[in-house]
Design a protein around this ligand. Sequence first.
Ligand SMILES: [Zn+2]
Length: 202
Amino acid sequence: MTASFDRLQQVLRRLPGLGYRSAERIALYLSVEHPEKSPELAQALAEASEKIGRCAVCGNMADKPGDGSQPLCDICANPVREASLVCVVESVPDLLAIEKSGAYRGVFHVLHGRLSPVKGVGPVQLNLASLSERIASGKVTELILALSSDVESEATCHYIQDEVVKGRVKLSRIGFGLPSGTLIGYADATTLRSALDSRKGL
Ligand SMILES: [Zn+2]
């Protein structure tokens, strides 16, 4: 072990889904077994951090425009999408899963997490202020909550209903067809389609 190796392993361990052994394996791969791969990875990371950002409207991933204007994602920029229908999801993978199902023609709003007092995630840490602004703009007529069904997601749904939407627009929630505890991002296309079709008004 060297100090630099320890540092690399520690940084890798902070990534989601990587435990001690996986971080050690990747650190060994990049530093000792295939050091020629490191510059390519470093370059891709630098480029991603420079060029990819969050859509200023919905929080989805978006290219940062070279002219310094606000990033806008492909979905928000698409005039064919139904901009008055907004599907609220916890994460970009959830958005991608719904997109892949092909069952949805509206736009999205990505929270980037859910309320979790235990993990120190409160309303301020979520992308909620811009959701309230979207509703206030008068351009939204219906909000669909496409959140999972565990305790934290339930709490997040209630917060959005009581503190963000406050009766200003029609609110519904998907759920029928989704087994309890199912993560949206892992549900198959057919399940997601039926869950969206049978959304229930709140
Ligand atoms: Zn967007």
